[in-house]
Design a protein around this ligand. Structure first.
Ligand code: AHR
Length: 641
């Protein structure tokens, strides 16, 4: 709900506290704000990909990377009726990438319904009007001499067996793999997500048969209607931020526990039957159904640009690839980039992209070489950075390369000296309030900074956070005033982690928490959103306050709209007044502002998702604007010249 409040109301409230006044004068001098400044950092953590952004509803759909015969191999699956199910290594797999299958054995003499169910990624949403699109592969390893034909029933049902939508899917026994496809449409919305997908058949039809199934898939409608696409509500939540970039695929999830486990682009493209998946770095198996192509297509649909990482020879077990083994990874990185921007008529990797539906190159400007290579700074400085940078720069001189470990001024420095450097920081509110000036003191020597990960992860006491809280979010807003002010050397910044499935969390807090049918925007989400929406294209230099001030501000301009964005961040719990003196008289005497504020400790949670949301207000605009900022607030005042 958007509330409206007047400046008079805020001034009255502020009169009760002992407020300080900050006088801010700005001129028309300043610097451009890079269009890349505010975007998203993404990796598959907290089921943000599989079970999250990836709209696939069936968990463990192709039994990838599991050990046949184990109970873990059956994650999310259960038998219906007297059928026996297990995961087997198929004697004739559907593809070399997918060696396993679900074995479905029906005892002789069975007459009642048999089948199997999948419980989804911790639930399956049933939404009225949604048409679900499903498919699966099946075969009968030892078919009866007389072919058996019949129909499976595919449905969505409650755990107690109430069917919400269903359809029939004809089949005929055959030892070779067949693919079946189907759709069904839900006519009701279920508030509970503890639903099941079921595939069942009359027992007398299949009594005595053993069948195999794999790549059992079910999609709801997707963002932009893409096949194998992204979840709509999460995409729209991100789109509401107007993010400029998408950093992917990691984060730790790039690196693998070992080099063999790394995210390798070539395993994530082409037909889904040719994607083996991998053991991800956050404790669950990645299907790689969201592969390089799907990410790039969605990034394009979302009007973002990629900041794409390449594996740089360091993995989470702490081992670095030896210098004389680097060529494998250099070639892999070159091929990865060619997949994205190569000429499809001359380059084999680009031809794969074209065959998937995108003959033209995707937009690509930034390549990140590794992730957090300060964990192995010596090998990065000795050869990994140089080997990759030199080879990639020679092949793609038009691209910008981002280093992830120390540059000059720290030890060790890198050669060739990078122009772009990714910094990460997770800390407490005090750090971010006091750190608002961190970039002001850096020399302007050509080095551009990417604050690729940052978040308030603890209270000042050190207590860990499950969800962002307003105190931390406003502290991040103060820190971000430093990004606006220093956007001559800070070219990009992104909060991390981005997404969290409420039923499978590896890291807290996160910008957005979701369940199969809900999305919770945190207080930090709204801070990111306000900075991104009111980024402007030009920063106007103003009088600055001191490092100990509880109040930060930033003035930017949208030049073509003739609008000025006055951001005020009050990190104190009591109100403070800022008096802006403008270098022009506004054309409108009333301006509109947006404020995020809440009592200390406020969090948006699954049980109280809207505890703090932005509200709009009007204010009197003149050559001087007096604004009383409530305690713990981020306000954006829009002034039209
Ligand atoms: O954002 C969570 C993790 O924090 C990232 O995977 C890693 O880059 C950092 O250590």
């Amino acid at each position: 709900m958007v509330l409206r409040r007047t400046l008079a109301v805020m001034l009255a409230a502020a009169a009760a506290v002992n407020a300080s006044t900050f006088d801010v004068t700005f001129t028309t001098a300043g610097h451009n704000v890079p269009s890349t400044l505010y975007g998203l950092m993404y990796e598959d953590i907290n089921h943000s990909g599989d079970g999250g952004l990836y709209a696939e509803l069936i968990q463990n759909r192709a039994f990838q990377q599991v050990t046949p015969g184990t109970s873990a191999a059956l994650t999310a699956w259960a038998a219906l009726g007297s059928a026996k199910i297990s995961v087997v290594a198929s004697s004739s797999p559907v593809s070399s990438a997918l060696p396993n299958a679900l074995s479905f054995a029906v005892p002789s003499g069975t007459t009642s319904t048999v089948g199997f169910t999948n419980s989804g990624y911790f639930g399956i949403p049933v939404t009225a009007g949604w048409t679900y699109t499903g498919s699966f592969y099946y075969r009968t390893p030892t078919p009866p001499s007389t072919k058996v034909s019949g129909s499976f029933t595919a449905d969505l049902r409650s755990t107690s067996g109430t069917v919400f939508t269903s359809t029939t899917v004809p089949f005929t026994t055959s030892s070779t793999w067949q693919q079946a496809t189907f759709t069904f449409t839900a006519s009701s919305t279920q508030s509970a997500v503890t639903n099941l997908f079921a595939l069942s058949v009359g027992g007398s039809t299949v009594a005595g048969l053993t069948m195999e199934f794999t790549l059992i898939s079910l999609f709801p409608p997707t963002f932009n209607g893409r096949t194998n696409g992204f979840r709509m509500d999460l995409s729209e939540t991100l789109l509401d931020m107007k993010p400029a970039f998408f950093r992917f695929p990691g984060g730790n999830n790039l690196e693998g526990e070992t080099a063999a486990d790394r995210w390798a682009w070539e395993n994530t493209v082409g037909d889904l039957v040719d994607r083996p998946g991998r053991v991800g770095d956050w404790g669950y198996i990645n299907t790689d159904g969201l592969g390089l192509y799907e990410y790039l297509q969605w990034i394009e649909d979302m009007d973002m640009q990629p900041i794409m990482a390449v594996y740089a020879g360091y993995s989470l077990n702490g081992a670095s690839v030896a210098s004389n083994d680097m060529q494998t990874y250099i070639t892999e990185a070159i091929n990865q980039i060619n997949f994205v921007i190569g000429d499809a008529s001359t380059n084999a990797q680009a031809a794969i992209r074209s065959s998937m539906g995108h003959p033209d190159p995707f937009t690509l400007n930034y390549i990140e070489i590794g992730n957090e290579d300060f964990f192995s700074p010596t090998t990065y400085a000795d050869y990994r950075w140089a080997d990759l940078y030199n080879a990639l720069h020679a092949e793609f001189p038009q691209l910008h390369y981002i280093a992830t470990s120390a540059t000059s001024g720290n030890v060790p420095s890198l050669s060739p000296a990078p122009t772009y450097w990714d910094l990460h920081i997770y800390s407490n509110p005090n750090f971010f309030v006091n750190g608002a000036y961190n970039f002001d003191i850096l020399s302007r020597n050509g080095l551009q900074f990417f604050q690729g990960e940052y978040a308030t992860t603890t209270e000042n006491s050190g207590a860990a956070l499950t969800y962002p809280f307003i105190d931390g979010s406003i502290a991040e807003a103060a820190y971000m005033a430093g990004f606006d002010r220093n956007s001559d050397i800070v070219f990009a910044a992104s909060y991390a982690p981005l997404l969290n499935h409420v039923s499978s969390t590896q890291w807290t807090p996160d910008l957005i928490t979701f369940s199969p049918n809900t999305v919770i925007r945190s207080t930090s989400y709204y801070v990111q959103q306000l900075y991104s929406l009111y980024k402007g294209d030009f920063y106007l230099t103003s009088t600055t306050n001191t490092a100990s001030s509880p109040v930060q501000w930033s003035v930017t301009r949208d030049t073509s709209a003739g609008q000025y964005f006055l951001k005020v961040i009050n990190t104190a719990t009591s109100a403070n007044t800022v008096v802006f003196t403008l270098p022009f008289t506004p054309s409108h005497t009333t301006g509109t502002g947006t404020i995020l504020t809440a009592a200390s400790g406020t969090q948006n949670t699954p049980t109280n998702p809207n505890a703090a949301v932005p509200s709009s207000f009007s204010f009197t605009a003149g050559k001087t604007i007096t604004y009383n900022a409530p305690g713990l607030s981020l306000s954006v005042l829009v002034v039209t010249a």
